[in-house]
Design a protein around this ligand. Structure first.
Ligand SMILES: Cc1ncc(COP(=O)(O)O)c(C=O)c1O
Length: 370
């Protein structure tokens, strides 16, 4: 199967290691095992004698019960666990999409959602979100693009890179549009749990639509990307179809990863409180910076860890980011890597001191160069 380059990953592979200030990253500062222990008080003796066998093939009951607690209407039959949300998205698409199928994907989003179906021979239509609409989908336009033959609609809510959060009533309207063509909705919800208001967990598509499929992981919301632990939530017969594919690429996840993920999700309030305060601190720094910078436009994000900053300069985003990195060591992600030139993705969930410093350096660099 031929597949196009995954532009975001390609950018990271080339430049992340050499960066002094990494503002391209999308995680909230990752937890060490010791920090996880301090927060959750788990007992290391619980795992000392665990036999390192394949463990539970589809995830332990403990893990599944923890995951269920993040949803309204789900049971253990509605879950399968995967290698991160990236593994979850891949499995869903490979289980459902055949050559010739029609797939609609929002853009900007995680590139998997349109490049994998394209590689399988699907007819993929991109549905562009735009700044003028606060990065939310225009439902009239979506209705025009989704036709009777649409098999799958791919969404990412909260959205990477824009940080836009689709309000619950708008999500219900999207479900109504999907219902008319009996389309599946794959909603990548890897940032669900990091809303910036008090209600951290917005609606999940799997809770409101019988053909809604949600993917997520412990990477962002729980700051545990190193566990590589994600999941898919869907109706049990859809999970069965997905599990048929899964047998060929996953036997099981690591038994220790299963344990640490269970512990983290069981302590979701503590970890999410920690992460939310880091995100809000970072967002404040970012908004202040953007307000004082006439070359920059920013729609304030409502969820997640990233913002998509527009700039009013005559330079493409790859060239800008490469020159900025070479001159200063500050790494941003070019909007063009997410199909929209003239924008830059900035992650603000990591160390606030670094963020402040890096944004000052970026401002000074802009003044010198433009
Ligand atoms: C929208 C989105 N989906 C999926 C992933 C992959 O996450 P995971 O670490 O769970 O594989 C990312 C990672 O940045 C992401 O931003």
């Amino acid at each position: 199967m031929l597949i196009e380059k995954f532009k975001v990953e390609d950018w990271f592979n080339k430049y992340e290691k050499g960066a002094k200030f990494d503002l391209a990253d999308t995680c909230v500062e990752s937890l060490s095992l010791n920090e996880l222990q301090e927060i959750t008080k788990f007992d290391f003796s619980e795992i000392e004698d665990v036999k390192l066998n394949y463990g539970n093939i589809h995830g332990s009951d403990r893990l599944k019960n923890a995951i269920i607690s993040l949803y309204k209407n789900q049971s253990k039959e509605n879950i399968t666990v995967t290698h991160g949300a990236i593994g979850a998205n891949y499995l869903v698409i490979s289980a459902l999409v055949n050559a010739g199928d029609k797939v609609v994907s929002v853009v900007p989003t995680y590139q998997q959602h349109y490049s994998i179906p394209k590689a399988f021979g699907a007819d993929v239509e991109l549905f562009y979100l735009n700044e003028e609409n606060n990065w939310l989908p225009n439902l009239e336009e979506l209705e025009k693009i989704v036709g009777n033959d649409t098999k799958l609609i791919c969404l990412n809510n909260p959205n990477n890179p824009t940080g836009a959060l689709i309000p619950d009533d708008m999500m219900n309207s999207i479900v109504d549009i999907a219902k008319k063509s009996d389309a599946y909705i794959l909603c990548d919800e890897v940032y669900r749990g990091l809303n910036h208001n008090k209600n951290n967990f917005g609606v999940s598509v799997s809770d409101i639509y019988e053909k809604g499929i949600s993917t997520s992981s412990v990477s962002k919301v729980f700051s545990l990307a190193g566990l590589r632990l994600g999941w898919i939530i869907a109706r049990d017969d859809i999970i069965n179809i997905i599990n048929l594919q899964r047998e060929y690429s996953i036997i099981s996840l690591g038994i220790l990863d299963d344990f640490f993920a269970s512990v983290a999700i069981e302590n979701k309030d503590k970890i999410i409180n920690r992460n939310q305060s880091k995100i809000l601190e970072g967002k404040d720094i970012l908004l202040n910076w953007a307000n004082n910078n006439s070359m920059i436009r920013l729609i304030s994000p409502n969820a997640g860890t990233t913002a998509f900053v527009g700039y009013n300069l005559n330079i493409d985003s790859y060239t800008l980011c490469k020159k900025l990195l070479d001159d200063t060591g500050v790494l941003l992600l070019p909007g063009k890597a997410m199909e929209l030139d003239g924008y830059l993705r900035i992650g603000y969930g990591n160390n606030p001191e670094n963020l402040k410093k890096a944004l000052e350096i970026f401002s000074d660099w802009l003044k010198i160069n433009f």
